[in-house]
Design a protein around this ligand. Sequence first.
Ligand code: SAM
Length: 287
Amino acid sequence: MNEKGMLYLCATPIGNLEDITLRVLRILREVDLIVAEDTRQTIKLLNHFEINKPLTSYHEHNKIEKGKYIVEQLKQGKNVALVSDAGTPAVSDPGEDLVALCIENEIGITSLPGPVAAITGLIISGLPTGRFCFEGFLTVNKRNRKEHLEGVRDDTRTLIFYEAPHKLNNTLKDMLEVFGDRRIALARELTKRYEEVFRGTITQAIDRFEENLPKGEFVVIIEGADKEKIKAEQQQQWEEMSVQDHIDLYVNQGMDRKEVLRKVAKDRGVSKREIYALQLESKKENK
Ligand code: SAM
């Protein structure tokens, strides 16, 4: 029986063709089959580097049957390279399913690093890079989009999103509503001739792009939540709540009684003894 082939995850440029690595070029020339998200896009890259190899598509709408075909090729000993339209495959594209399928089928995979729009945008944003969270694309559905944003509102890490230009203005308005007027960077057409980075607040970004409709591809980078502000808001929320309601909140979550008193005392920045006393007092008042 043939030895199985290898799946090579090949990062390709996000605009500037000089960003392809020597290793990716060698592997694309050596493999038996190249799998691309959009073959029309990839053929331009291959023609530029004079690479002539069998090419097949693998995308959201054919990934089930194509996945089986690709695994079959790999099992027969063929080596396969997976490329995305731009950047690193399996980042916000169906490549992740092919990787999972190959792991299931015990096929060897190796990753050839290179450009990724999220990181290229983050490092030029001027926002903190120490801790960040990649959130990918937001959905088109307004309610789900809001839910997604609300889910990361209290995250203190820098947030990175991908966004299509025609949706950018609405997304910025939703972001302002959910996050407040935080610092933002919009990295457009990275590595290309009209590369541009807008840095400012969300309100300034809305003003800027309402006048000049956004064009090209964008990475949106937003500063994380302010820890101190969240703490102060939370503190205010506890203070506005009666001790009994605060206790009931955790009891209703199924928390152990002893643990509840400890947690309530910690939340309110007082001792457990004080919580007992306040609880007794409110019980007396309610009699
Ligand atoms: N796999 C890719 C990667 O490694 O970044 C991303 C693919 S995703 C389908 C495409 C999105 O990436 C675009 O909608 C845009 O948000 C972002 N993107 C790709 N190229 C870009 C560029 N040159 N400048 C800014 N954003 C880019």
